[in-house]
Design a protein around this ligand. Structure first.
Ligand code: F3S
Length: 279
């Protein structure tokens, strides 16, 4: 059996930075709170909880303490309310997401309409919408783009993990409706690279394994991409979820992992294959 890991897989820059900064805060100050799961990987969040991280769901639970803002970012009002309540805010928002906040806020102040292409329920998108006073129109399908009426200048940004091919299709539709649009392709390079190398690997491998949190949208997208190419695609969060004994000795297994998947989980899976003598 041959195992190939996608050229770009696992932790991206923003997640790595959020984890490193959080570990530093926990080492220097001990117990600290984070508003929402720091990253979309429950196993990694559990590891940090053992080091003193407490996940809270609302600013009401912050109680004038140290509060970490997760990599997905938060809206302007959330951050101001924490600051007003004397919390020490440690902002671990990914710098690429902060850049989207700045773009959206700048255009909002200039009275542009804001369109976000992304999942309206995703915390990153909710946070971005919080920089234009929750006024954005949020879409993520070609049908919604077709139905949209654009009658003012608009600024378009995207969720950093949005599918690049679908983005192009939606932008083409919107461009055909108006020439008063300023498009900012804010899809993160890390996402595009992970999607592209997953695509390439899936076309060579007999079986694809996508590792990521079940609540991680970029991992789910990697799964969708691989599944379109090869039916034999597994989506797992931990090393316990694979039927190792069912894999044929002579196949090639491709492994990819979402941007919030730590190396130690990828390694655990490879080690289990090795221990079983599959490779
Ligand atoms: Fe940031 Fe891109 Fe990762 S936006 S959190 S570096 S996927």
């Amino acid at each position: 059996m041959k195992i190939i890991i996608a050229e770009h897989a696992g932790f991206c820059y923003g997640v790595k930075k959020a984890i490193n900064d959080t570990e530093k805060v926990l080492t220097e100050h001990g117990q600290s709170k984070v508003l929402g799961a720091l990253i979309h990987n429950p196993l990694e969040v559990n590891r940090l909880k053992q080091l003193g991280l407490e996940v809270i769901d609302s600013t009401d639970d912050a109680q004038s303490e140290r509060v970490i803002i997760r990599s997905h970012g938060e809206g302007q009002k959330v951050i101001s309310s924490l600051e007003k309540n004397q919390n020490t805010v440690i902002n671990c928002t990914c710098p690429y997401v902060s850049k989207i906040h700045r773009i959206v806020n700048e255009y909002y102040v200039k009275k542009y309409g804001i369109i976000i292409i992304g999942d309206s329920n995703h915390p990153e998108v909710i946070g971005i919408n919080g920089w234009c006073n929750e006024s954005a129109v949020i879409i993520d399908t070609e049908e919604q783009a077709n139905q949209l009426v654009i009658n003012q200048p608009v600024c378009i940004v995207g969720q950093t993990t949005f599918n690049t091919q679908l983005w192009d299709k939606i932008i083409n539709i919107l461009r055909s409706k108006s020439d008063q649009i300023d498009v900012h392709n804010t899809i993160c390079d890390a996402t595009a690279k992970r999607q592209q190398s997953a695509r390439e690997l899936a076309s060579k491998a007999d079986v694809m394994i996508v590792i990521g949190g079940k609540n991680s949208s970029n991992s789910k997208k990697l799964y969708d991409i691989c599944r379109e190419i090869t039916f034999s695609t597994y989506f797992v969060e931990s090393s316990d979820e694979l039927p190792y004994d069912d894999f044929d000795e002579n196949i090639t297994i491709g492994i990819t992992a979402g941007a919030s998947t730590p190396d130690w989980i990828i390694q655990e899976i490879i080690n289990k294959f090795r221990r079983r003598g599959n490779c």
